[in-house]
Ligand binder design. Structure first.
Ligand SMILES: Cc1cc2nc3c(=O)[nH]c(=O)nc-3n(C[C@H](O)[C@H](O)[C@H](O)COP(=O)(O)O)c2cc1C
Length: 374
């Protein structure tokens, strides 16, 4: 019997997960050219749902066609996308696991080629490129902001239609929402810029509108306060003040969880740790998901020794790509299969995606009634 709190149930909004080990959103770019999820994706998520009671956060989904600047990522703005997701969600639920859809708009981090080709307006919080050779976005007008919030609401409703257990609003990693939060990318002179409160406004309006549409218990928010990915990161003191304001608001609104990315990760690269989350742990009173650079040992340490009084779940990204039975491996202290960055998003095939084997120990643990069917 594993006594770690990692294997105690945890209530996250409307659901109760069986263990506090789950899968973080990892874009694998296997949707079709119209951003419709594929059968291959169904198999992938089904495999990763194989330990019952696991929470999966499905990779980032575009909330509108107007800003579909990344190829082969899924979306949740069309009927076809919603229907295709439904068959994946059903499969995950058949495995008695749970799945949230991550929702995002890319903002200034979009690819120049795709934008030019599709003739989309390139929008950001301010007219500041994420690096010197990147394209400068047009600063969003108040009307653009309202439209984008409507897009998030529509995508969240579609996610409900598809049967997802909830949605995670992607406020991390230098995508549109993050660029409203941080002063390095937000130099607006209106009610969405200039002050801490104003920089929290867009994110708060998004989570509030989505919570109103689908229920506050079905909404999570992902944040990466310390990350330098895609030209982000404020000064340390400013970071704490800014995110304290935002997390307090999220807490008061009553959303299901916040999901924090550790400072030792920039995007998906390991970097030296240079910021801590004690300030956030003391504010948010419901479930806190944490990810970034975790091993089984670090995960146990976090929930059992460092924060035994907090409702924390540890989410894994890269290791879930190469270990479909990762949750089982954490519980049994089995070695993880190494991941291969080459296969993350470039192969567009089942190679390095659905062909990672389950451990013999996991397969041996199945009885006739719970055969692996993915
Ligand atoms: C290929 C790849 C795609 C990713 N896509 C997303 C994404 O869609 N949304 C997101 O919030 N984070 C994304 N991430 C970041 C992961 O969720 C996670 O924060 C990161 O991999 C660090 O966690 P790890 O050390 O457990 O891998 C991605 C990471 C990788 C490797």
């Amino acid at each position: 019997m594993d006594e770690s709190r990692l294997f105690k149930p945890l209530k996250i909004g409307n659901i109760e997960v069986k263990q506090r080990v789950g899968m973080a959103a990892v874009s694998r770019c296997r949707a079709d050219g119209d951003h419709v999820p594929t059968e291959l994706m169904k198999q992938y998520y089904c495999q990763r749902a194989s330990v019952p009671g696991t929470l999966l956060i499905a990779e980032a989904n575009l909330v509108s066609k107007e800003q579909d600047e990344l190829l082969n990522v899924p979306g949740l703005y069309s009927v076809q996308q919603t229907t295709a997701w439904k068959s994946i969600v059903d499969e995950v639920h058949t495995k008695a696991s749970f799945i949230f859809a991550q929702l995002y708009t890319i903002g200034r981090a979009g690819y120049r080629e795709v934008n030019d080709e599709k003739d989309f307006e390139f929008r950001g919080s301010s007219a500041i490129p994420w690096r010197a050779d990147a394209r400068t976005p047009n600063a969003m007008t108040p009307a653009d902001i309202k439209e984008t919030i409507r897009h998030f609401v529509r995508a969240a409703k579609n996610a409900m239609e598809a049967g997802f257990d909830g949605v995670e609003i992607h406020g991390a990693n230098g995508y549109l929402i993050d660029t409203f939060i941080q002063d390095v990318s937000n130099q607006r002179d209106d009610e969405y810029g200039r002050s801490i409160e104003n920089r929290s406004r867009f994110t708060f309006e998004v989570i509030k509108a989505v919570a109103h549409a689908i229920g506050v218990n079905r909404v999570g928010l992902r944040l990466s306060p310390w990350s330098t990915y895609q030209g982000m990161r404020m000064k340390d003191d400013d970071t704490i003040s800014q995110y304290t304001d935002l997390i307090k608001k999220a807490d008061k609104l009553g959303i299901a969880y916040i999901h924090l990315i550790e400072s030792r990760i920039a995007g998906w690269d390991d970097v030296p740790e240079n910021g801590r989350f004690d300030f956030a742990y003391s504010i948010f009173r419901r479930a806190i998901l944490v990810s970034g650079g975790y091993t089984a040992e670090l995960a146990r340490k976090l929930v059992d020794e460092q924060h035994p009084d907090k409702d924390i779940a540890v989410m894994f990204g890269r290791y879930f790509t190469s270990n479909p039975d990762l949750v089982f491996k954490v519980q049994q202290n089995l070695e993880f299969t190494p991941f291969n960055e080459e296969d993350f998003i470039y192969s567009k095939s089942s190679k390095g995606y659905t062909d990672y084997p389950f451990s013999d120990e996991y397969l041996g643990s199945l009885n006739v009634l719970t055969q692996l069917l993915c």
